[in-house]
Ligand binder design. Structure first.
Ligand code: TYM
Length: 374
């Protein structure tokens, strides 16, 4: 435990997040210059989400990069979203890096929508409600524009016929005490959360497990998901599978300067479904603070690809926070309002196309021994 804040896959609380302490708490590796260089070599250039330190930590990322560099294993991207409500712009950080990596190298991308997770976790959410959110989230995802042939949505409650047997194979490898230790749940939690904690590992291991060929998942996510994804590392070790390479990001701040924009706190978030004028008002009314606590600057850091503009505003924020805040808000409106407008147009256009991205069949024929007719 680190005094002053608490971070689990399901809760972030406290005034600020001490990202450096998290590195030692979670036993992560820092994204060093050497890793950045390797990343750049493999992908041909560096993404600003990495050069600006938003993705700042990793676990086994070098292994995934070396696999890509030497063609040692087939690398695919895996990340996800828990369907607890509409998506906000913070959720786009891992997805944007994933999309860029897919575009650079033509990688397959599996996106898990864990409506099951949010159903077992949240007493206030019914199954019908989370499934409704799942469909809305799938639409938001698809509207971002992906290579249709290489992008696959795993909507958990919708693919149970193959997700369940594959998850069973993993679940029997991990004891309750190991799980409790990793994801920090105790005896008061419902068993649905415990089982879900293994479901999130399934897509990270499924390809190698089923095909018995060298595959490795590459997982961009925010740092809060690390304890859940560590489950996949433990199971991979026990089953002799390749561990996923993960890269961890910091959080986008909430509108009032909360350390994490969150669906559960709608007043902290800019949702992808907010009307553009609401987005403008939210940014105008957002809190002001020094660079590390300034919401508008955090939005620019994550969404303004123009380095010159971002760093010049950052410098003003540093020397004169009040003036910097005005500039940051103005520019954040310039960047985010048109983005949201376009996103909502594409969202409408993609309404009938979503189905094509939803996986129905498993990505690989299920282990034949599961079929009693053989
Ligand atoms: P969820 O739905 O809470 O969040 C989806 C992804 O977005 C990240 N995230 C943020 N990143 C930056 N700033 C923020 N304010 C912010 N809020 C959330 C989360 O870390 C996550 O990467 N259990 C997962 C869903 C999931 C998943 C996965 C995540 C299913 N399979 C595989 C990563 C990898 C969840 O509830 O995320």
């Amino acid at each position: 435990m680190i005094p002053g804040f608490r971070i689990t896959p399901w809760e972030v609380s406290g005034d600020t997040v001490d990202y450096n302490s998290l590195i030692s708490l979670f036993e992560l590796d820092v994204v060093t210059t050497e890793v950045r260089n390797l990343f750049q070599e493999v992908f041909g250039e560096e993404h600003y989400l990495i050069s600006r330190g938003i993705f700042y930590a990793h676990r086994f990322l070098r292994l995934a990069l070396l696999d890509l560099k030497y063609n040692r294993a087939k690398v695919y991207i895996f990340t996800g979203r828990g369907a607890s409500g509409p998506m906000h712009i913070g959720h786009l950080i891992p997805v944007n890096l994933a999309k860029w990596m897919q575009e650079r190298l033509g990688l397959h991308f599996f996106f898990q929508i864990s409506d099951d997770e949010k159903f077992v976790l949240r007493p206030d959410l019914g199954l019908k409600q989370v499934r409704k959110y799942a469909l809305g989230n799938a639409l938001d995802f698809v509207a971002l524009g992906f290579d249709e042939k290489r992008t696959h949505i795993i909507w958990d409650t919708q693919v149970a016929s193959w997700l369940y047997p594959l998850t069973l194979k993993l679940a029997k490898r991990i004891s309750l005490s190991e799980l409790k230790n990793l994801v920090k749940i105790d005896d008061s939690w419902n068993v649905g959360v415990a089982f879900y904690s293994v479901v999130q590992s399934m897509p990270a291991l499924m390809m190698e497990m089923e095909l018995n060929e060298p595959y490795r998942a590459l997982v961009p996510m925010a740092v809060d998901q690390d304890p859940l994804m560590r489950v996949s590392v433990l199971i991979a070790d026990k089953m002799g599978l390749r561990k996923p390479g993960m890269i961890h990001s910091k959080f986008l701040l909430g509108l009032k300067g909360e350390p994490k924009m969150g669906t559960r706190y709608p007043e902290s978030a800019i949702f992808l479904t907010d009307p553009p004028e609401v987005v403008r008002e939210k940014i105008e009314g957002s809190a002001c603070g020094p660079p590390r606590r300034c919401p508008a600057l955090s939005y620019l850091r994550a969404f303004d690809p123009d380095d010159e503009s971002f760093f010049s505003i950052w410098e003003v924020c540093f020397n004169d926070p009040e003036e910097g805040c005005k500039l940051a808000k103005k520019r954040a409106i310039e960047v985010l309002v048109p983005f949201i407008e376009e996103h909502q147009m594409r969202r409408k256009e993609m309404r009938d196309k979503v189905d094509e991205y939803l996986m129905k069949e498993p990505p690989i024929p299920l282990d034949k021994s599961l079929d009693p007719r053989d």
